[in-house]
Design a protein around this ligand. Structure first.
Ligand code: ATP
Ligand code: MG
Length: 512
């Protein structure tokens, strides 16, 4: 049914009534072995609007969008494009019908250049039938000018930061000149400034009549960019509303079906002796003279813009890229952090920011992904792995983290993004670390699970773990940290105590 007011709008626009919606899905069902990912779901996207999808990890958001992008076929239900029933048989089919999707997990080839990645399988050819690199470069530059992106098209994607790879993905999707653009958590790796940039691009596309689907876990983004939103819970469609009609609490209630009061349940715990002491740590050309201590029970937040060297410091601490100079002491003893094995032996744990490249072993199952850091350690007795005890502990951990899966033998690749992140957090918690380094720990994690992870981190701190937490999310940094260390362009620009730390002070230090 179309209401009289919208009918008028439709008539004015000159469109036929049943094409009020650019893209719609009705009665969609999708099952995977052991999981009903979508059950009788409805979704309707208007022209020239931004439609946000909200819901807990595993609610079915990505699955629905993969159906609309031709990656999965629905078991039941109908997809309509501009009022016409269609079946999208492949991603290429969807692209040819004007539907492009930017995936939650980035999909670029790291050994290829930016330009090659964008025009893959549609490379311009010269008259000899070879790829015309000059033309490809020119097209990329034109695209980047339009989107205000300043990157060299010839750069290999592998050398880009996660944020810049994200921008390339966005540019690639835009380059298809689609009517529908689906973005699955596009800002999970972006900082505020880059998010602003993306929002300018989105507003521009919207004003050209493009319909944008925007999956996010960030409430403030919803209010800033979305015209309307739909909520899913456990594979079911809950409802669609205009963003201006609701409050944050309304949405959370729709998402989780209950109230969440404590977002950052930071507890005061006794702070013990210095566990990790870092002096003048330097990685030539990347960061220099980084010095700090973390005590048992202390959570040191590390803030700064993307590119300020935060993740590089974490990688050096963990021995991934050993320092050129400076010292690392653990419990007062100097340690040469030459590789990750040394770090693990010193009971250090590191949750990396890049889930796909350095985190998940996609072809393995959940259990294997969880055990991997402890296999050679506390579960080995007389040369044998105590598999039963290990499996039981993994089960327990995944219950604690509320990992949504039929069982732990599911391939991790099949888990929703947020649930993959939970498995990785579980992996490191199982190692029973003394020092825990977290790089963007709650990226892609829904509100409920976020509170749960924060609670677990606090619990570890209470047990005497020294925590270094990198986060681009200001409420998380301010809410969780005992102290905040801020970096800018490879230098530490200051420390703020919990009591004095504010968003403005952090931002100020982050840009000095
Ligand atoms: N290829 C697959 N094989 C098996 N199960 C799958 C597959 N893809 C998704 N699922 C399951 O379907 C459910 C919905 O997953 P989906 O990725 O759509 O969630 P989501 O809402 O995008 O969550 P998140 O916010 O964590 O990204 C989950 O239980 C997931 O494990
Ligand atoms: Mg998802």
């Amino acid at each position: 049914m179309v209401s009289p007011t919208t009918m008028a709008a439709v008539r004015k626009s000159g469109a036929v009534p049943n094409s009020e919606f650019l893209l719609s899905a009705e009665g969609v069902r999708k099952e995977f072995p052991g999981v009903v990912a979508l059950d009788d779901v409805t979704f309707k996207l208007k022209r020239g609007s931004v439609h946000a999808l909200m819901g807990e990890n595993g609610a079915g958001k990505s699955t629905l969008m993969k159906i609309l992008a031709g990656i999965y076929q629905p078991d039941k239900g109908q997809v309509r494009l501009k009022g016409v029933d269609i079946e999208l048989k492949s991603p290429l089919d969807a692209l040819e019908n004007g539907i492009a999707m930017i995936h939650q997990e980035l999909n670029l080839m790291s050994y290829m250049t930016i330009a090659e990645n964008i025009w893959i399988r549609r490379e311009p050819l010269n008259r000899f039938g070879f790829v015309d690199h000059a033309e490809m470069r020119r097209r990329t530059e034109a695209l980047f000018t339009r989107l205000n992106i300043s990157l060299d098209p010839e750069m290999p994607v592998g050398e880009l930061s996660v944020a810049n790879r994200q921008m390339v993905e966005i540019a690639k999707a835009v380059s298809y000149e689609s009517d529908v653009l689906i973005m699955d958590e596009p800002t999970s790796a972006l900082t505020d400034r880059e998010v602003e940039h993306l929002f300018r691009i989105i507003r521009d596309l919207r004003s050209q009549g493009i319909g944008i689907v925007y999956i996010t876990h960030k409430m403030n983004e919803l209010f800033e960019i979305a015209d309307e939103f739909s909520v899913f819970r456990d594979g079911k469609y809950i409802g669609t509303h205009a963003s201006s009609d609701v409050t944050r609490d309304d949405i959370i209630r729709m998402m989780v079906g209950r109230e969440i009061t404590q977002m950052f349940p930071k507890e005061e715990v006794p702070i013990g002796d210095v566990v990790l002491s870092v002096k003048n740590l330097t990685l030539d050309g990347v960061f220099r003279d980084v010095s700090f201590d973390i005590r048992a029970g202390e959570i040191l937040g590390l803030a700064g813009l993307v590119g300020s060297g935060r993740s590089n410091v974490a990688e050096t601490l963990f021995g991934v890229t050993p320092a050129t100079s400076g010292t690392i002491e653990i419990d007062g003893k100097p340690v040469v952090m030459d590789n990750p094995a040394t770090a693990i032996r010193n009971r250090m744990a590191f949750l990396t920011e890049d889930r796909k490249d350095t985190g998940c072993l996609l072809i393995l199952d959940i259990l294997e992904n969880m055990q991997i850091a402890v296999l050679h350690d506390k579960y080995v007795k007389a040369g044998f792995v105590e598999e039963g005890r290990l499996a039981a502990d993994c089960e327990e951990m995944s219950r604690k983290l509320r990992v949504k899966t039929p069982n732990l033998s599911e391939r991790i690749e099949n888990l929703s993004g947020g649930n993959q992140q939970k498995v990785l957090i579980g992996r490191w918690m199982l190692t029973n670390p003394r020092i825990l380094i977290l790089d963007e720990p709650t990226r892609g994690i829904d509100v409920g699970a976020k509170a749960e992870i924060h609670r677990l981190v606090c619990e570890m701190a209470r047990n005497g773990v020294a925590v270094l937490m990198i986060s681009s999310e200001m409420p998380e940094v301010l809410g969780m940290s005992d102290r905040v260390m801020v970096m800018h362009e490879g230098r530490v620009t200051g420390f703020l105590d919990r009591a004095e730390a504010t968003q403005i002070k952090v931002m100020d230090l982050a840009s000095r």
